[in-house]
Write a protein that binds this ligand. Structure first.
Ligand SMILES: [Zn+2]
Length: 437
């Protein structure tokens, strides 16, 4: 029988109810679950013999959810910078992937990414890449929660020959791993410009039958929209609508170039947007209309995109940037306030993945995915409001402890079950294979 553990931080920001900051409260976890959130005195009376973890200068938040990444691309970080999306993809990333990508590459790259994400307070990531079985092994080894993409793309790779083959392999993997408590699955058609209408129709059928989310890059660049109009006479989102892909399961990654009717369309269908602010700026794709989307009631989560287009897997950086961009791009300093931004990085991501009943907030009965941030450093002192510091001051370097599914995976800044020197050695080996020095 699991026994309870009492965590006593200085502050708890549970996300639900919205806008709440609790002081002198404990979070009690037992097994994989949150058992109680209650005043410290009540916790002492009710669980007198339970072990206690004192975090006297820390704020405890739900584990951050990275709603869009390609984790294995951590091995391509810094390989090609300062290019637009299509040049970057066609001249650098796709040729490198055609040569390199293998089960081993994806396993090593995902493990490296998991170490970075866990240390940065991320407990769950939504992945889209080749060889998802290798990503699954890496996630399970690190103890991270992952939503794996059942990828669909029309071109051949080392992983699969055509869209049908990609889908068949992804569906078979889901059948094998569907009972893993840390794993879930999304259908992951890559983008409108790499996936045919026939494949979209197939994906819509699977999404309906299996109730799986659909994770897709959409309206990332103005060029994508213009070429779709020139080629098909309609905008990419209209193609998705025609295919029956708009619904509460749609995770619309980027959504930079949306007009007002498209924002209303997302709201009407209950779609989610994965906002990848850094990647959109670095590839000069633009700034997504997040303030308008939130105002329309669209669920928004935050994503890092890959380490090759960001180049950090850092949701603290994304939170700060998202909040600043929402204000600067609208001329409204009240856009995307602190609590809302933190909600996007936690419960917003959970909702998009259909996991809002399990994760995303610190509520009894939910799974214990928790991140503690130490706010004792000079740059974080004084602290009038811990949520203000989380968004505008704190960085991932202030994350001290992380629990996933009730297991403590980061203890005072140290990863429990990962040897980072081995990870670095592997990364250097890959660097030598990719670009011998
Ligand atoms: Zn992406």
């Amino acid at each position: 029988m699991p026994s309870p553990t009492v965590i006593e931080p200085r502050w708890v920001v549970p996300i639900e109810p919205a806008g709440t900051v609790l002081e002198a409260h404990a979070v009690v976890i037992e097994g994989d679950r949150i058992l109680a959130v209650l005043p410290v005195a009540d916790a002492a009376a009710r669980y007198p013999d339970a072990p206690r973890i004192h975090l006297p200068e820390h704020v405890l938040i739900p584990g951050l959810v990275n709603l869009h990444t390609h984790a294995a691309m951590s091995l391509m970080r810094g390989m090609a910078d300062d290019l637009g999306l299509m040049d970057w993809l066609q001249k650098h990333i796709w040729p490198a992937e055609a040569q390199l990508v293998s089960d081993e590459f994806v396993y090593d790259g995902t493990l490296l990414a998991c170490a970075e994400m866990l240390r940065g307070g991320i407990t769950c990531f939504n992945d889209m890449y080749f060889f998802p079985e290798a990503a699954a092994r890496a996630a399970l080894q690190t103890g991270m929660r992952a939503a794996l993409g059942i990828l669909a793309i029309e071109f051949r790779s080392n992983y699969a020959s055509d869209a049908h083959d990609y889908l068949a392999k992804g569906m078979a993997l889901r059948d094998t791993l569907r009972d893993e408590p840390l794993l879930s699955f999304c259908l992951a058609p890559h983008a409108p410009f790499t996936v045919s209408d026939a494949t979209f129709a197939q994906i819509a059928t699977y999404a309906g039958e299996l109730e799986l989310p659909v994770h897709i890059h959409i309206h990332e660049t103005a060029q994508e929209v213009a070429e779709s109009l020139a080629q098909d006479g309609i905008r990419p989102l209209a193609r998705l609508e025609k295919a029956g892909l708009l619904g509460p399961g749609l995770i619309a990654v980027h959504s930079v170039h949306l007009d007002d009717p498209e924002i209303a369309l997302f709201a009407r269908h209950g779609c989610s947007v994965a906002h990848c602010a850094s990647s959109n700026l670095k590839l000069a794709s633009g700034i997504a209309p997040i303030a308008k989307l939130l105002q329309a009631g669209v669920n928004v989560g935050l994503g890092t995109d890959s380490a090759a287009s960001n180049n950090r897997l850092d949701l603290f950086a994304e939170m700060r940037l998202a909040a600043l961009l929402a204000k600067g791009s609208t001329g409204d300093a009240t856009a995307m306030p602190t609590h809302k931004t933190l909600e996007c990085a936690t419960l917003g991501g959970a909702r998009a993945l259909g996991l809002q009943a399990q994760i995303g907030s610190i509520v009894p009965g939910k799974l214990a995915d928790l991140t503690a941030v130490n706010l004792s450093a000079s740059e974080l002192t004084p602290c009038y409001d811990p949520v203000s510091h989380l968004i505008y001051v704190a960085g991932r370097e202030h994350v001290s402890d992380v629990w996933v599914n009730g297991e403590r995976r980061l203890v005072d800044g140290d990863l429990v079950n990962l040897d980072e020197s081995t990870l670095r050695a592997k990364a250097r080996q890959w660097q030598n294979r990719i670009r011998p020095s």
